[in-house]
Ligand binder design. Sequence first.
Ligand SMILES: [Zn+2]
Length: 367
Amino acid sequence: MFKINFESDGARGGILQTKSGEFETPFFMPAATMGSGKCITTDDYNSVGLKNIICNALVLSMMPGNDVVRDNGGIHKFINFPGCIFTDCGGFQMSRSMYKGKTSKGLHFVNPFNETKVVITPERIMNIHQDIGSDVAMALDDMAPYGATREEYISALKNTHRWQEQSKKFHTDSKQLLFGIVQGGFQMDLRRISAHFIDSLDFDGVAIGGLAIGEPTTEMYKVLRNVLPIIDKDKPRYVMGLGSPLDIVEAVSQGVDCFDSVYPTKNARNGTLFTSKGNIDITKIKYARDMSPIDSTCDCFVCKHYSKAYMHHLMRIKEPSGKRFRSYHNLYFMQRLIERVRLAIKENSFEKFKKDFIKEQLSSRSA
Ligand SMILES: [Zn+2]
């Protein structure tokens, strides 16, 4: 179900096989939390060439309801996306107002759509994942925020390990893959303990959670360096929440195979656009009369037909179509980046690619 075909300077290129087909790694997944991206459709994902997305099982169970998704033929049919769909549990939603606390049994939420109380236990969330019918379900974890105390990280880790074991027990759909999640915050000894434990449970893949939550990138890379050597190298490795082009290239060089983030689309909505020479802020007045495309090397339909001046104008008048154009371009950029990463791994020239890419990306910072 996972096979590494190429290796280059620590980076890996492989195939993840799921019930929906074979998917090349490394891959990036945009967040379609409730079965849709914001201001972007699954048709847009398909035309960008994206084969992998991630939805959230907890919020889909609140609205429209996991039974509704199931009775519509499962998530792929419901949202018209034939690719590989991951479903996360909701640990990340713990930072939202809907989160109401936890016990050793599970996480407590209030459904914001009807104000009912919801308790997410491993058994409940595994049933939800299976109803939704995603390709890859994530086991239930508990996550302490960046800056938590050691005691808080230990307490979250104890819950995580218990819930991961129970998730395995309650997950019975043999067609759906189940990935475990390493936690432990920014305490390296806890991260290593967690990596050993999660590795021993023999999941279909291993994710590293609790990263990209506001810590300096040096801290994040330190966690990766401590955790990755412990995880079975034949399993797919997934860093949750990672989505900036530079971070992805760095993580690939450390042997990571998949990523998800709202970063490309959230930034696009706010006016930050990816280009081959680094990010630009389209809200800046200097773009008001700039008739060149967002990125002259990009062949997405936005860059082919529209100027920076028009993108700047749509941003200023807060036109929703502008959000779609900007999100489309950033996702297209990410997808082309991932394709270049895969090619560099196949050609065994990843280190050179990484060096050139970092140089290109930083080139506009001094301009
Ligand atoms: Zn473009």
